[in-house]
Write a protein that binds this ligand. Sequence first.
Ligand SMILES: Cc1cc2nc3c(=O)[nH]c(=O)nc-3n(C[C@H](O)[C@H](O)[C@H](O)COP(=O)(O)O)c2cc1C
Ligand SMILES: Nc1ncnc2c1ncn2[C@@H]1O[C@H](COP(=O)(O)OP(=O)(O)O)[C@@H](O)[C@H]1O
Length: 279
Amino acid sequence: MKHATALKKVDAVAIGGFDGMHEGHQHLFNALGERGAIVVVETGYANLTPGREREHFTTHPIVYLPLDEIRMLDDRGFVDYLRERFPVLSRIVVGYDFRFGLDRKFSHADLSKAFGGAVQVIDEVTVGGESVHSHKIRAKLIIGDVAGANRFLGHNYTVRGDVVRGQGIGKKELVPTVNMLTNGFLLPKEGVYASLARLDGEEHYHPAVSFVGHRVTTDGSFAVETHVLDGEIVCKERIDVSFVQRLRGNEKFASLDALKEQIGRDIAAARKAVGRLEL
Ligand SMILES: Cc1cc2nc3c(=O)[nH]c(=O)nc-3n(C[C@H](O)[C@H](O)[C@H](O)COP(=O)(O)O)c2cc1C
Ligand SMILES: Nc1ncnc2c1ncn2[C@@H]1O[C@H](COP(=O)(O)OP(=O)(O)O)[C@@H](O)[C@H]1O
């Protein structure tokens, strides 16, 4: 949040790490009123929505607290710390498993006692009978289950980054692709994905197919590259790639022609998966 004056009006906060801004987190945010803010406890390990990426998934202002500043506080110390920053705070929203303080010693019950005001505890949020948590979303991405990760997130898993130059083979001999850096984001398992791409901050997403992995058929280097399905495009600075469905694993082909044929099949499969999808 930019203005210290705005903090003075915040009457409710939701507290947590909030990496992913997933379905469970959204239930907390829904309980915040008009003057509610999100308090992110920054561990430095967020890789689903690193840093300010979280701001794409909420309309509430976000205040970032470094974990080092609060990890040693006891329940009273933590409440004092919050009151200092939010002088008219009357409600704290946390999840059923919220813990804080040294060795995660304190629970929402301790917070309730120390705060005196309202502590609203959100029940466990599940999807398909499974409890939603950031670490489970990471586990799904690592095995390439982007569809499963998306169900937990409640939105398509999206990585953003600067556009970089590729080897220059794609455009000449295969298909044109936008290569990107994905600093800070966890990438799904190496392979080919039906995706949606937003180019240079455009409003809408284009259906696309993305490759994540070592280009074992060509120079062996690691790349995240996206071919947009709906014709010639220009993308110079930034690209957002949302992963929708895994199509296949990374493979080494005997020739560029064999890879090109497979890419043709990937494009057809991606078109089927995302051709008519809109965000
Ligand atoms: C849809 C798609 C699928 C791909 N699949 C593979 C693959 O299975 N194995 C591989 O080594 N490279 C794969 N690639 C990456 C190509 O090797 C890469 O596009 C080529 O090296 C050109 O790179 P450049 O854009 O940097 O010039 C794929 C690329 C796309 C667009
Ligand atoms: N599935 C869920 N149901 C209800 N509350 C949750 C859920 N997941 C997280 N929360 C709450 O959201 C806040 C942020 O939790 P955090 O630890 O960052 O999420 P996660 O457990 O997904 O890593 C905490 O108050 C936590 O209790």
